[in-house]
Design a protein around this ligand. Structure first.
Ligand SMILES: NC(=O)C1=CN([C@@H]2O[C@H](COP(=O)(O)OP(=O)(O)OC[C@H]3O[C@@H](n4cnc5c(N)ncnc54)[C@H](OP(=O)(O)O)[C@@H]3O)[C@@H](O)[C@H]2O)[C@@H](O)CC1
Ligand SMILES: Nc1ncnc2c1ncn2[C@@H]1O[C@H](COP(=O)(O)OP(=O)(O)O)[C@@H](O)[C@H]1O
Ligand SMILES: [Mg+2]
Length: 274
């Protein structure tokens, strides 16, 4: 088993080239945020913007429009239930589906439309409610570059492994039947990529607060949009999320998502120049 390190993140997050523009750094679409969980989509989108994504759009319940614009004017917004969803998917390089999506029929319909519209070349990060829906309805896996980010109970739903049976070996075996990269989140997150297993020693209990995982999806999306290859981008994102939380936790009892997000640009600048 390999460890996620700052050295690894350093090889991924490099200074930007001069001859670039917003389109050079990823077109991200976040699909999530129902009437109850709008904050999840806002945290995911904020994390993506602050982790350097070039363009970020959010397909969400229209009830979240004012809150999203007030918190994050950098983001564009569309109604996830409208036909604008397919257009936005076509234009995106990286799509996140699930943060705050919910698990009702409306959420299922949106998820199915995302799975139908996404293309093989696109990166699709499947999180939260979307994982729960895939497991509950036994949906076929979409044909895209998939990244799964389950917490332990979502991993139980997706893999069938009870929490007490989620050993590294058993989880790796289960992940081998699922296409793409699996980021199995816990107090000791493991990333399963092909035959490799990476352990994340960074992070701590200051991160045990609602929205931490939503924030991670935005960082992964931003890195997937900016850095190659995808595997290295995902590994660096997982480390950076937890490491920035550790930095916040040096002076704070809790590492709130909004605190981690605010700290990201400063840390990424340091990392890129180190
Ligand atoms: N501000 C917002 O808008 C926020 C919106 N959010 C969005 O809400 C949606 C639902 O996501 P979810 O994770 O809250 O619910 P679900 O998948 O049902 O799992 C919870 C159940 O599992 C249990 N449990 C046991 N161990 C566990 C573990 N290690 N990790 C986690 N859970 C564990 C737990 O047991 P309990 O703690 O209650 O005993 C409970 O029974 C999703 O779309 C997400 O993005 C959230 O991000 C919050 C902020
Ligand atoms: N005690 C802990 N130690 C280290 N990391 C933690 C701890 N508790 C939570 N985390 C991290 O916080 C995130 C929680 O994700 P998730 O449960 O999906 O949150 P949410 O859905 O509320 O956004 C994961 O990245 C997980 O690794
Ligand atoms: Mg979550």
């Amino acid at each position: 088993m390999k460890q996620l390190t700052e050295q690894l993140a350093q090889t991924v997050v490099r200074p930007r080239q001069r001859d670039t523009y917003k389109g050079s750094f990823g077109k991200i679409l976040i699909v999530g945020g129902n009437a109850q969980f709008g904050g999840a989509a806002i945290m995911s989108a904020s994390a993506a913007v602050y982790a350097g994504a070039g363009l970020v759009s959010v397909a969400t319940d229209p009830v979240n429009r004012s809150a999203l614009h007030a918190r994050l004017p950098e983001a564009m917004i569309l109604d996830a239930a409208s036909s604008a969803l397919e257009t936005a998917i076509r234009q995106a390089t990286v799509i996140v589906v699930g943060p705050g999506l919910g698990t009702d029929n409306a959420a299922l319909a949106i998820l199915k439309r995302v799975f139908a519209a996404v293309e093989q070349t696109q990166v699709l990060i499947i999180d939260g409610s979307a994982i729960t829906l895939v497991a509950a309805h036994q949906l076929d896996y979409p044909n895209a570059q998939l990244i799964w980010t389950p917490h332990q109970v979502e991993w139980q739903r997706l893999s069938g492994l009870a929490l007490s049976d989620q050993t590294v070996t058993a989880s790796q075996q289960a992940a081998s039947h699922i296409p793409g990269i699996v980021v199995a989140k816990s107090s000791q997150t493991h990333v399963f990529v092909g035959d490799d297993v990476y352990e994340n020693m960074a992070g701590g209990p200051a991160m045990a607060t609602g929205g931490s995982g939503d924030t991670l999806t935005g960082i992964i999306a931003a890195f997937a949009g900016q850095f190659q290859p995808l595997k290295q981008a995902v590994l660096a994102a997982v480390f950076v999320h937890s490491h920035v939380a550790d930095i916040v936790a040096m002076n704070s009892y809790v590492a709130l998502p909004t605190m981690i997000i605010r700290e990201l640009p400063t840390y990424l600048k340091q990392l890129s120049e180190s």
